[in-house]
Design a protein. Structure first.
Length: 64
């Protein structure tokens, strides 16, 4: 599989927590203490986005 793609399975723990696999953390440069935004749509699913991505987009919007 390509270095920038990953397919895997995460289990949900008793407290509803998941562990983001090491390969995914490396691809997206996710480190301990980083903030992740959870985007949800009941029909389409769940997406995780590093908060800095949204912050960068917000800065671009307000610069204009």
């Amino acid at each position: 599989m390509e270095k920038n793609k990953y397919v895997g399975i995460c289990k949900v723990g008793e407290k509803g927590q998941i562990v983001i696999p090491k390969e995914v953390r490396e691809i997206f440069d996710i480190k301990a203490g980083d903030s992740i935004i959870v985007l949800c749509d009941k029909e389409k699913g769940i997406a995780l986005v590093k908060s800095e991505i949204i912050e960068d987009l917000t800065e671009q919007v307000f610069k204009k």
